[in-house]
Every structure is written in structure tokens, then in C-alpha cells.
Design a protein around this ligand. Structure first.
Ligand SMILES: [Zn+2]
Length: 92
């Protein structure tokens, strides 16, 4: 198995590079941020660790909107969207 060929993305929270499969993908859909559970939705995606600290950093830096290249991202909406996903996988 060649690890160099695993797709890697940068977490918008901590800015660390990580295997795509270990991150949640966010997309902009219908003027709000949505979870792309299967990581296949078209358009730009923002990737984030399932960690409360990464979510907090991403919100504080407004990194989700920047990664998606959209304005009008609602921080509360993003936090609510991700709360169930964050912390679901504590092994990551
Ligand atoms: Zn992170």
C-alpha cells in the first residue's frame, strides 16, 4: 500500500494536512454551509477535523467562508451543523 497516493487535504481549523477520509467536508449549498458526508458534492469544499478545537479555530478565523470563497457564512449555523459530527470520532 502506497500511502503517498492517499488524498490529503488541509484542515481549515488547525491547518494541518490530513487524509481526506479523516476530515469532514463542507460545501456551500442553498446559501448556507452543508455537510458533504460522502465527499462527492460538486464545487469547492472545506475540510475540517472532527475536533472541537478545529471547529473553534475555523470559526474564529472565518476559515470556512474563505475556503469556500463565499461571504455570508453564519458562524452559529456552522457550529450547529458540526456539533454532532465533532467529537463523534475521538480516535482521530
Ligand atoms: Zn484540524
Amino acid at each position: 500500500m502506497n500511502r503517498h497516493h492517499l488524498p490529503v487535504r488541509t484542515c481549515v481549523g488547525c491547518r494541518e494536512r490530513e487524509q481526506k477520509s479523516h476530515l469532514v467536508r463542507l460545501v456551500w449549498a442553498a446559501s448556507k454551509v452543508a455537510l458533504d458526508r460522502n465527499q462527492v458534492a460538486p464545487g469547492r469544499g472545506a475540510y475540517l477535523h472532527r475536533r472541537p478545537e478545529c471547529l473553534e479555530l475555523a470559526i474564529r478565523r472565518r476559515a470556512v467562508g474563505r475556503a469556500l470563497r463565499v461571504t455570508g457564512v453564519n458562524s452559529d449555523q456552522v457550529a450547529q451543523l458540526l456539533e454532532p459530527a465533532v467529537g463523534a470520532d475521538t480516535s482521530a
